[in-house]
Design a binder for this molecule. Sequence first.
Ligand code: NAP
Length: 676
Amino acid sequence: MPPRTLSNYYKDDWKSGEADFVDIISAVNGKPVARTSSAGIDFADMVRHGRNVGGPALRAMTFHERAAMLKGLAQALMDRKDDLYAVSRDTGATDRDAWPDIEGGAGTLFSLASKAKRELPNSTIILDGPIEGLSKGGTFVGQHIHTSKLGVAVQINAYNFPIWGMLEKLGPALMAGMPVIIKPATPTAQLAESAVQIMVATGLLPKGAVQLVVGSAGDLLSHLTGQDVVSFTGSAATAAKLKTHPTIIEHSVPFIAEQDSLNASMLGPEVAPDDEEFQLFVKEVSREMTVKAGQKCTAIRRILVPSSLVDAVQDALVQQLSGISIGDPADKATKMGALVSAAQRADVVSRVGELEDEAEIVHGSLDEPTLVGDGAQTGAFMSPVLLRCSSPLSAEKVHSVEAFGPVATLMPYDSVADAIELCRLGGGSLVMSLFTHNKSVAREVVLGTAPFHGRIAIINRDCARESTGHGSPLPVLVHGGPGRAGGGEEMGGVRGIKHYMQRTAIQGSPDILTAITESWVTGAKTDTSTPHPFRYKFGDLEIGKTIETGSRTVSLEDIEHFAEFTGDNFYAHMDEEAAAANPFFPGRVAHGYLILSFAAGLFVDPEPGPVLANYGLDDLRFLAPVTPGETLTVRLTAKSKKKRNDEYGEVNWDVEVTRADGKAVATYTLLTMNAI
Ligand code: NAP
């Protein structure tokens, strides 16, 4: 079959390049599988189209509508996953390697969509933190908000996870209301292009929301401004080049970098060879070295082992690695596929050469390995290579040279302090893992190494069976790392969305802030007219609708009755002398839960109606004691609303319970589900 000519997705049309084609070569048999070029793309026009067409369309959608779109895209990718696996095999990936890329990528979109639906309002701005009081009288207050940036999100991706790497950036950017221009790495651009074709074919993406560049990025970066964002994944060298691009510097274009890192995994100092943690460690190191032929940004590169165990660990690792069959990713007998290209293999071989200045190869070789499967016949295969460095504290290259293949270095350590220092010598990593069952070791290592890492996994007999392992970035946790790892951060649930939005502190009166945020702010106008707020259906209930209740006096009998009824005989409610000795109370006081119950008794409108259920309280604070004889009143105000589905939505109510002297004794947010 002649190689496929990949197409750019430019201004809502598929357009192949006009010249300067680059061949993409199969990692398995050395034959060309596709050719790419972006010649003929007007990058200024592409950026303009994203900004002027995609941006407004996305920003007109609410977070919930964008979440539904992402869910649809993820489902379409899952429906066509077999096609993607087929394309993936030519990149050297076995199906086990491709799973996190294809299904993990779709799962990342599913996860973000469902988190955004639950955690973000059905609107277009995100409130950040509570209202900040700025004045004595409460007439001037502040609120941080996030709004969508008005530019394009340019993503430049590494070759190793062409689908996951694209989706973990695409999801947050589209959720934030930013159109995306995707530039996949050339060696695996055919897989990214196939996935974009599937997503475009759903018809779910508004015009201009997504564009794709297969081939050179040309002068794309020159057209960016401070409203655009670049998110980059790749080598430290390319990152350094791109983030110092004059346009990026001149316009302070946000630049999120995820780059190579020398991730460490550490075996705890207390572990013995027959402990479960020993076996778990050896298995994980071997797995991380060989999955995706070691071409993972999170792969274990530095293996830290107590000096007394280094021979035992080496023997166990050699045994594991010897069982790895290498060859055609399509062959069921293959455990490890190929590197992405002969050039990548040559690069890894040369990096191992550098590492050999400080370490010796104790397993594997740089020669062509024996292959399984008839289809495998190119120079992109290599065997796992285990090195050993006997003096890692004084070494330099083993902590800085990344061989982006099935390569890792064993390093002995004498004390936990030394092991922590070795971790830090990586200069900042995406992830480290620690295999220990000892709590104080875990705390010491985490506190000593956390400033150098974006993620730390502690694995032992208690969690190993359900653990997601050292190398898997998860959509709900942040991915990124300081220093050498690029200083970026992605994902982390809805956190990742905010990289594509601008945070602004808004100052003004409670009425103005309520109007801007669509969330009632204390001090803003209320509507206390009848009927009771519980009589309104979700759609008809207006923010600020309020009930100011009658009053109820709390008697000593009430407190005693409540104590007997619930069994809560805590001394502060039942023993005058002991209560008075407590610095917080003048004597016996009402139970906090009694105050809440009386408050409900005051504000509830009992007849059946649109309020379907009370599903919780947020931010509850008891602010002042209530002694027997005090009289309570309640103000309940509709604060904000979030539609859940076509049948019901969530209403947040601001509640303040006050004493007769006007002092607030309890404040909280009541959460109800109301019929649409
Ligand atoms: P790379 O060579 O640095 O390339 C990364 C991307 O930059 C590719 O899309 C490449 O496109 C593009 N690029 C290169 N020069 C450019 C320029 N002048 N203008 C615009 N774009 C340009 O990295 P790679 O070989 O694809 O990936 C392997 C590296 O990525 C490893 O070092 C690995 O550690 C790192 N990585 C890090 C993470 C992470 O999350 N931290 C994840 C995966 C990989 P072309 O391919 O067309 O040149």
